[in-house]
Design a protein around this ligand. Structure first.
Ligand code: DX5
Ligand code: ZN
Length: 217
């Protein structure tokens, strides 16, 4: 399904209210919920791990999209799969054996995603396209919400051509706003992650802005 999907990132939600935030944002029209896992090593920020993902899972009716910004990845795949993640995405830069990591993700029963930092070319995933369900193009250097969009439109277009007819999602992560979304959507992306642009101005007790923000993207 290549229709455009909005995946709010709970990195910009209230960390003391993840369950209610996931329910609110889905009720307001989110297609997927994006869950950012950071380890303070692969990226300069720390969020949470598989036990939090497991706690969030019952509060998401649709797709739970787990983005791992951790290194190493392989020792934790089983735990993230058991947490109920639908997609588990690992970075191509996170270790020397991304092929093994992607095999392990599918082997654990989840859909496999591969993420590319801004400096990593599209060609880095060329040999992986028969083993992934999603390619995530980072449009910020990962670690924080609310950063400004780095234009990766040309990379997205290259990936779209490379992917051909394969049923692989192209996801954009970072700095997505109503101004930047059309650039990447027109280049062939079908999943747009948005944190600050969705959660800004709303809260669990006032969730209507989430819906307005989603529709504006
Ligand atoms: C960045 C994360 C993103 C981030 C996006 O490291 O992977 O998912 O939350 O946040 P915004 O949309 O605010 O750039
Ligand atoms: Zn992310």
């Amino acid at each position: 399904d290549r229709s455009l999907k909005i995946a709010p990132s709970i990195l910009s939600a209230d960390f003391a209210n993840f369950g209610a935030e996931c329910e609110a944002v889905e009720a307001q029209g989110a297609d997927w919920v994006h869950v950012d896992v950071m380890d303070g090593h692969f990226v300069p920020n720390i969020t949470f791990g598989p036990s939090t993902c497991k706690a969030i899972r019952p509060h998401i009716k649709g797709v739970m999209d787990v983005h791992l910004m951790i290194a190493p990845v392989d020792p934790y795949i089983e735990a993230f799969a058991e947490s109920g993640a639908d997609f588990i995405t690992a970075h191509v830069e996170a270790g020397p054996h991304i092929h093994r990591t992607l095999q392990a993700i599918r082997g654990a029963g989840a859909k496999a995603g591969v993420a590319l930092n801004p400096a990593t070319p599209a060609s880095a995933v060329e040999e992986l396209l028969d083993m992934v369900d999603l390619v995530c193009v980072m449009t910020v250097n990962p670690g924080f919400g609310g950063q400004s969009f780095i234009d990766m439109t040309a990379k997205v277009a290259k990936l779209r051509a490379m992917i051909g007819d394969r049923p692989i999602h192209i996801e954009i992560d970072g700095g997505v706003t109503p101004a930047t979304a059309p650039l990447v959507a027109n280049a062939g992306a079908d999943v747009l992650v948005a944190g600050s642009a969705v959660f800004g101005g709303g809260s669990v007790s006032n969730p209507a802005p989430y819906g307005e923000n989603i529709r504006a993207i």
